[in-house]
Design a protein around this ligand. Sequence first.
Ligand code: SF4
Ligand code: SF4
Length: 180
Amino acid sequence: MTKAREEINFSIAETINQKFDNSLLSCFQCVKCTDGCPLAFAMDIHPHEIIRLLLLGLEERALKSTAIWVCSSCYTCTTRCPNEVDVAGIIDYLKQEAHTRGIVNPIAHDVHKFHESFMKNIERTGRIHEPLLLASYFADRHIMKSRYKKGLLKDDIKTGIALFTKRRMKLVPDVFREKR
Ligand code: SF4
Ligand code: SF4
């Protein structure tokens, strides 16, 4: 059976070249970004490979990877790059793009849901309000079920109560608005 040919598409590479100061083209695959990445061991593809895939026009492979959701945005890769390629910023952009296109790897469901809840929270209040963030995160049936099955839900509730009683969480969010 012949394998279906992958679609070659440079739309993300082009956007990144316009959006970020340093072009993807300056990457010479020295692997310094991956060598310094504290989470490379847990990634299905590595940071330097993500850059390479974009350069080859295989952007969907990068978008469907779990690596972009494993990335913690620590920016080690960006600071290590000798050519000033903003690897961490590019991965952040890929997360948003995978979300917008609805092609998030199902293995990354929980992290994606947290990312989505986080971004919505920032959009609404201008800063993180933990109760709202958690309410939105736990509203997802799959997450609730898996936390319950793993016996983690009661720990979540205990931690939440402890934070409230120690006044580390506010019930009502402070809303920040940009001054016009
Ligand atoms: S460190 Fe920079 S130049 Fe080296 S592989 Fe990573 S992105 Fe490319
Ligand atoms: S920002 Fe992401 S890819 Fe870069 S070093 Fe940190 S965890 Fe690894």
